[in-house]
Design a protein around this ligand. Structure first.
Ligand SMILES: C[S@@+](CC[C@H](N)C(=O)[O-])C[C@H]1O[C@@H](n2cnc3c(N)ncnc32)[C@H](O)[C@@H]1O
Length: 271
């Protein structure tokens, strides 16, 4: 990636039709997540997806932003083909699609793409940037589950730069749901930080209470809303997916304050 973008926490990250679900079930944690990402999406959607101090105030060029998605998705799907050749290319779910950076890239490889997000203004931005000719469906989901999708209704669930921003219980609930909505022989591609690095900032995120970090993001870094940063260990991921197999966990960028892994998970039995 040409530039050196940063996460919502101020650190490097690799950006380097309407359907609406019901809102019947919303935990307090999820409501806060929805509020924060609605504010981020309505103020600076592209910067909030790929946080780079040089890209604030509308600094991202649309085409450069979308190109960063293609740069990620192409090699990742080539790797998936090697690891899980049974995963078909019919229908993919882009969980936490944001402004559609990865959805557009996925549309180059899948017949149908569903981008789901909790932030209505992010989805508005995704529709503005849709280059797929109508093959992406952007869906608002404000629930702590994916009950608007049937069992076995996708070939692949793809997510990156999302689970890390969710409180642990919510992230883990969605991971279980990913396995439910993917058909046997399909795959999950999950990008998530494994652990903090032992840098000053990594240690701050590990040990300083979240309300203080959130305050610093608002007051010192002038974020429109705070962005959480959580880790999900491979061992915990495996425990959440007892009937699936993590076939590879690749480090996908380095040098910042977290060690990020991209997990390739085969759903169902078989080699
Ligand atoms: C940093 S952005 C990443 C966007 C996209 N994955 C990408 O890499 O271009 C995180 C996105 O996750 C979304 N998000 C956060 N919590 C979510 C949830 N519970 N369900 C769906 N989307 C969620 C946010 O609204 C935001 O659009």
């Amino acid at each position: 990636m040409a530039s050196s973008p940063r996460t919502g926490t101020g650190f490097t990250q690799p950006c380097s039709g309407t359907v609406t679900s019901t809102v019947g079930v919303m935990s307090v944690g999820l409501e806060q997540v929805r509020r924060d990402w609605t504010r981020l999406g309505s103020t600076e959607p592209l910067w909030a997806v790929c946080v780079d101090p040089d890209k604030r105030d509308g600094g991202w060029d649309d085409e450069e932003f979308l190109a960063s998605g293609r740069a990620e998705v192409g090699p990742t799907l080539a790797r998936l083909d090697e690891l899980v050749p049974t995963a078909r290319r019919d229908r993919v779910l882009d969980f936490g699609c944001g402004a559609g950076r990865l959805s557009n890239a996925l549309a180059d490889h899948f017949d149908r793409v569903v981008g789901v997000d909790i932030s209505a203004p992010m989805l508005a931005e995704a529709r503005r940037l849709d280059r797929s000719g109508g093959r992406i469906e952007f869906v608002l989901n404000e629930r702590p589950d994916l009950s608007l999708f049937e069992d076995d209704s996708f070939d692949v669930v793809y997510t990156d730069l999302v689970l890390q921003h969710l409180p642990t219980d919510l992230a883990e609930g969605y991971v279980r749901e990913f396995a439910r909505v993917v058909r046997p022989g399909g795959a999950l591609v999950l990008g998530v930080p494994e652990t903090e690095r032992r840098t000053f900032k990594g240690l701050v995120f590990r040990y300083v209470p979240w309300p203080l970090v959130a305050l610093a993001q608002r007051v010192v870094l002038s974020y429109p809303a705070p962005m959480r940063m959580h880790t999900l260990r491979t061992a915990r991921l495996a425990a959440l997916l007892p009937e699936a197999t993590i076939v590879a966990s690749d480090a996908y960028w380095g040098g910042d304050h977290w060690r990020h892994l991209r997990h390739y998970v085969r759903i169902g039995g078989g080699a």
